[in-house]
Design a protein around this ligand. Structure first.
Ligand SMILES: CCCCCCCCCCCCC/C=C/C(=O)SCCNC(=O)CCNC(=O)[C@H](O)C(C)(C)COP(=O)(O)OP(=O)(O)OC[C@H]1O[C@@H](n2cnc3c(N)ncnc32)[C@H](O)[C@@H]1OP(=O)(O)O
Length: 424
């Protein structure tokens, strides 16, 4: 019924224009010379950790783990190429063969990194006494854990790039409200899998209630306003660990966080691509092995989607990065690398991808050892004078979006995506 509704709205107008398609080869930076080499013990520990993963990481990640394991233990692919109809072995052969002549020790390090990026809590819990890793139950779209004074809220829809559906909006609000009252010192948001979050789940547009599209838009404007309000009012230090690409509302909300940490995987690649330094690009890419993660990028394609800024970004982004830079992101949809987002003040610090999880969680555990009242009171002193303004901005943005959601431009863009004609 929902798709029929969208088709009906589409049929009333000309065929939608297609979205610009930009995509960069997803490659993984080869271990650089200064990166630590994973010991055999680390490698064996990681193999055991894979067995402890509570959630299936998905075929894409499992293929990468398989390929890196074979490369680390046997070297370049030495398997005869399976036939085209032997789909599983063909997929495994492709994944292993794509690693080329990646050295064994680099493959071992990449394997260890990939496993630790799949479950940072496994890594941090492997460094604490059993039993202190409290996992909150009752969430479908999140994994919420509390240990070392840190409540970690992990988006957990990796197969959908951690797109935020209606259930997830409510669960994030519930998790934040619980975190504001629990005994943790700081709260961290991060993503499971290769994305931080691809923003609003565009299928949110499809289930039209009996009251019609106007009612849906009104209800979702209320939902959005309440959701962003939780971030404006959150009393403890709130930190984002951006483990992969971030899109839409997952980017705009970063202006309300107290710190944003991201990995550098993408910076050199995209920057040399943009600067047209093809020779440098080829040299750089030649050292790449096959992707095992996506790069942390920051993309707010609101105009492409016929929508408008939210998450208080219409106010915070010009303040953080200047009106001109905010315009490039919020109006023209410029996608930023982690390095660019850091240079513009949206990201607090960028870490080498090979040590990203280790360094960030070590730092967060140190923060969580600071006096909790001093942290809360200092945050309050910094944030309180803007709070009323932020709520007013949030209300206005939701009002404008409510109208945008009813526009032809937005409907066309959503139908485009849902019909899989193009992606951003
Ligand atoms: C009329 C009333 C309307 C009410 C509206 C309700 C709104 C709810 C209230 C709150 C609204 C807040 C406002 C927020 C705005 C935003 O966040 S705008 C940004 C929205 N996000 C996007 O536009 C990104 C869309 N996704 C993509 O462009 C691509 O998926 C990708 C992120 C670039 C990744 O591409 P790729 O690596 O090729 O992977 P895919 O194969 O595309 O994705 C894997 C599967 O995941 C699904 N998916 C990914 N992102 C989304 C998403 N945002 N929404 C829905 N589904 C998503 C994708 O479809 C794939 O699924 P399968 O095909 O089933 O495998």
């Amino acid at each position: 019924m929902a798709m029929a509704y969208l088709a009906w709205r589409l049929a009333r107008r000309s065929c939608p224009s297609s979205l610009q398609v930009t995509s960069f080869p997803v490659v993984q930076l080869h271990m650089n010379r200064t990166a630590m080499r994973a010991s055999q013990k680390d490698f064996e520990n990681s193999m055991n950790q894979v067995k402890l993963l509570k959630k299936d990481p998905g075929n894409e990640v499992k293929l990468k783990l398989y390929a890196l394991y074979k490369q680390a233990t046997e070297g370049p692919c030495n398997m005869p190429k399976p036939g085209v109809f032997d789909l599983i072995n063909k997929a495994k052969w492709d994944a292993w063969n794509a690693l080329g002549s990646l050295p064994k020790e680099a493959a071992r390090q990449n394997y260890v990194d990939l496993v630790s990026s799949l479950s940072p809590s496994l890594e941090s819990s492997s460094q604490v006494e059993p039993g202190t890793d409290r996992k909150s139950t009752g969430f479908e779209t999140l994994v919420v854990t509390s240990e070392d004074g840190i409540t970690k809220i992990m988006f957990n829809r990796p197969k959908k790039k951690n797109a935020i559906n209606t259930e997830m909006y409510h669960e994030i609000m519930r998790a934040l409200k619980a975190a504001s009252k629990d005994d943790s010192i700081i709260t961290v948001l991060t993503g499971n899998g290769d994305y931080y979050s691809s923003g609003n789940d565009l299928t949110n547009f499809t289930d039209i209630p009996p009251g019609g599209v106007e009612e849906k838009a009104k209800n979702n404007a209320v939902l959005l306003r309440e959701f962003v309000g939780c971030f404006i009012d959150f009393p403890k230090p709130l930190i984002a660990v951006v483990n992969g690409p971030a899109v839409g509302i997952s980017v705009t909300l970063l202006g309300l966080f107290d710190a944003v940490y991201a990995s550098d995987r993408v910076s050199q690649l995209l920057e040399s691509k943009r600067s047209g330094k093809q020779r440098e690009m080829r040299a750089f890419e030649s050292s790449f092995s096959v992707a095992s993660h996506k790069q942390a990028t920051f993309h707010t394609p609101f105009s492409h989607l016929g929508q408008s800024p939210e998450g208080c970004s219409s106010y915070t982004f010009p303040k953080i990065m200047s009106p001109a830079k905010a315009t490039e992101m919020l109006i023209f949809g410029k996608k930023l690398t982690a390095g660019e987002a850091c240079a513009q003040g949206l990201v607090t610090e960028v870490f080498p991808d090979s040590t990203f999880q280790k360094e960030v969680w070590t730092r967060l555990k140190a923060f969580a050892k600071l006096p909790p009242n001093a942290l809360r009171i200092s945050k309050e002193v910094i944030r309180k004078r803007e709070r009323e303004k932020l709520h007013a901005v949030n209300a206005e943005e939701c009002n404008v979006l409510q109208g945008r959601w009813l526009s032809d431009e937005c409907t066309n863009a959503v139908v485009n995506f849902l019909s899989r004609k193009s992606k951003l």
